[in-house]
Design a protein around this ligand. Sequence first.
Ligand code: AMP
Length: 396
Amino acid sequence: MKTIDNYNFHDKKALVRVDFNVPLDGDFNVTDTSRIEAARPTILKILEDGGSAVLMSHLGRPKGKRNPDMSLGHIADKVSEIIGVQVKFVEDSIGDKVEQAYANLDSGEILLLENLRFYEEEEQGEEGFAEKLAQFGDVYVNDAFGTAHRAHASTTIVARYFPENKCFGYLLAKEIKAIDKVMQTGEKPVTAILGGAKVSSKITIIENILDKVDHLVIGGGMTYTFVKAKGGKVGDSICEDDKMDLALDILKQAEAKGVQVHLPVDVLAADDFDNNAKTQTVAVNEIPDGWQGLDAGPKTLDIFKEVILKSKTILWNGPVGVFEMESFAKGTIAVGTFVDEATQNGAFSLVGGGDSVAAVKQFGFQDKVSYVSTGGGAMLESLEGKTLPGIAAIMA
Ligand code: AMP
């Protein structure tokens, strides 16, 4: 794997795809700087070698049109503050203005290009646009994991114009290593904790990881499709009736592959999808009509705890309850505590994909697990076993 450490950027200009798709408030202040901070080590390495960096990113969904509200100019000062170097912002991504700024770029300097998605060619992965971007670097560095699952001009196609001089930045390299550690080289027992709302959105992940894990812990809204398929009563719980055959098939496949599946045995059920609803703990297969399971019950958490604490490699994707409501967040917090404890005991733990990262951050577990992925969709596709085009383009 060619990473930024394989290069000395002395007197070189690096074209770096970063993910600066950060949230802005009404006054265009950056409200969460984690993505900028995540790109910092890569940018600093280039500058410390004596090179310069041309940063390109998207911001929001301008759909191919210039939209001043989504200008990367809004974040230039924040980037300067975090990197510690005054960033030069240019109001375009290609063309004369960029050419001029690029020609004047000295070692130690940073140029930030305008939002790539002001051009529809970006998301179309148009070659001509990629070729124009490719003018602005001696080396191409991809450090944007969040868009690595997209074959866009700046994430994938541009790499063609750097057949020898392309590499992963630190962040992308870290993501690839973390996924590898779970999916290929993880120490056994390997456990996947899968939660979230629906079986249908996780099915490809489940099928892919059955070949890699020893234990599969299933929680969250997905539970009830499995329980009903096995003949249980799930009351008004979220359930995909058309996925019941699939659920039974997954259980059969797991058995054939020697994977132990751990489903909830009890749940905290509520008489409404509301934080103030009446609640009771009931057996997972005896949920009365008018009640819905919204969190894992105590016996379930005991089982999950035992499995998680004996694991050496842990993947966690999806909350085990409706964590957005305080009354139904306890299960997800408990699972976070178990993963924290296992990690302290030496396990490698990766949290990623969709809402799991939000849950982990909300409850302050981000520093207690081994790695929190920065890419929602990109992580889900990696777990599904897909080769991400942005990664393949650097490997080619
Ligand atoms: P996902 O993006 O697939 O990981 O799903 C995350 C969502 O699943 C969160 O918004 C949770 O509120 C939701 N969820 C978890 N458990 C349940 C449940 N028992 N019933 C309904 N929704 C749930």
